[in-house]
Design a protein around this ligand. Structure first.
Ligand SMILES: Cc1cc2nc3c(=O)[nH]c(=O)nc-3n(C[C@H](O)[C@H](O)[C@H](O)COP(=O)(O)OP(=O)(O)OC[C@H]3O[C@@H](n4cnc5c(N)ncnc54)[C@H](O)[C@@H]3O)c2cc1C
Length: 320
């Protein structure tokens, strides 16, 4: 999931979204929002906190109500080897803490290769991701590599393939908005292969991506069919009620029982639906971001949906 402010714009632009995204790039607004007392409450709706301890606490709460978790240490596009190292250390510390708290069987981590050096050197990102995988393996849990913009897709899939040679449980992400993705789904739908399918979150050119929301939804369904028909473990990341219904129906068609695929949603988004699906016996994994670099991620969540924007403005007006 992108934590930056690159925003994809399908048909129909919410003017507040443009405003919020413009604010996201403004340093003065960033300073005001980041330090305003109200920010803490608003941030808390979508971000677990800044520290490992806070991430573990939110994980414990979600697990206690029957949900599973994947944790994202916020940050991306690192062009500094020391920062990439610090990200690896943060993940290892988190995995150790999840283990110590007895949560590692229900919580894994999501990693952006750009946060561990992909833009500097693919091999560096590969080595850093390998260290995180080794820590996950020690504690009996898994890692999923987030997918970023299309210029990184081939590199990320290459690293995924290499990591899976050692750690076959490493998951990948495919984005339904990319025209190539149905082929990738078919190729990756092999035994033991964990694949998260999402719509895609980056602004992409029409040569590589569908630019119409309906086309993206149709692609999502085609890709879901390919994953469900194969032997892998599909992870359906969407809040879209229509897609959730279609996935349920298609899973039945392919004879998929709960436990042979999972649903994934973001922390703070449609929490009631997360619980409803879990109560039906499905695995529902909540994507929980945490870390000091929460500002860009928060702005994206607010910009994505008018109701979120209203929530933010109301909070500023009444508590600021
Ligand atoms: C677990 C997870 C991991 C992800 N990982 C990646 C990744 O690695 N790479 C990447 O590019 N993208 C990733 N994404 C983001 C994804 O690509 C989409 O940008 C994002 O999920 C929005 O798409 P959507 O499927 O939820 O549907 P949308 O088209 O955004 O929304 C469809 C419908 O869902 C419902 N809905 C959406 N938001 C809300 C809300 N806040 N409250 C109530 N209802 C709502 C509404 O009915 C809405 O009409 C991830 C998303 C999730 C959930």
């Amino acid at each position: 999931m992108s934590s930056g402010v690159r925003q994809r714009t399908l048909c129909g632009v919410n003017p507040l979204r443009s405003l919020i995204l413009a604010a996201a790039g403004n340093d003065t607004i960033r300073r005001v929002v980041a330090t305003a007392p109200v920010s803490r409450d608003v941030v808390r709706r979508f971000v677990a906190g800044e520290s490992t301890a806070e991430a573990v606490e939110v994980t414990r709460r979600l697990v206690s109500v029957g949900l599973s978790v994947t944790l994202d240490y916020l940050g991306e596009d690192t062009t500094d080897v020391a920062l990439a190292d610090a990200t690896v250390r943060a993940y290892v510390e988190l995995l150790d803490a999840l283990h110590e708290e007895g949560l590692a069987d229900r919580a894994e981590v999501s990693v952006k290769l750009s946060a561990v050096g992909q833009r500097l050197d693919e091999q560096l990102a590969m080595d850093n991701a390998d260290k995180i995988c080794a820590a996950a393996d020690r504690h009996g849990t898994t890692v999923t590599l987030d997918m970023e913009d299309h210029t990184t897709t081939d590199s990320t899939l290459r690293v995924l393939g290499e990591l899976r040679a050692t750690w076959p449980w490493v998951g990948g992400v495919l984005q339904a908005y990319l025209r190539r993705t149905l082929d990738d789904c078919t190729r990756l739908a092999t035994a033991g292969s964990r694949v998260r399918l999402c719509k895609g979150a980056y602004a992409e050119p029409p040569e590589v991506a569908f630019d119409d929301a309906h086309q993206v939804d149709l692609s999502y369904v085609r890709c879901a069919n390919a994953l469900l028909a194969g032997d892998g473990f599909p992870m359906f990341a969407t809040h879209d009620p229509r897609l959730v219904r279609v996935i349920g129906e298609r899973a039945g068609f392919y004879g998929r029982k709960p436990g042979s695929f999972e649903y994934q949603m973001l922390y703070g988004i449609r929490p009631d639906e997360q619980l409803r699906l879990a109560q039906l016996g499905h695995t529902v994994r909540v994507y929980v971001p945490y870390g000091e670099q929460w500002y860009g991620y928060l702005m994206r969540r607010l910009a994505e949906r008018p109701a979120n924007t209203a929530f933010f403005l109301r909070a500023l007006a009444t508590r600021g």
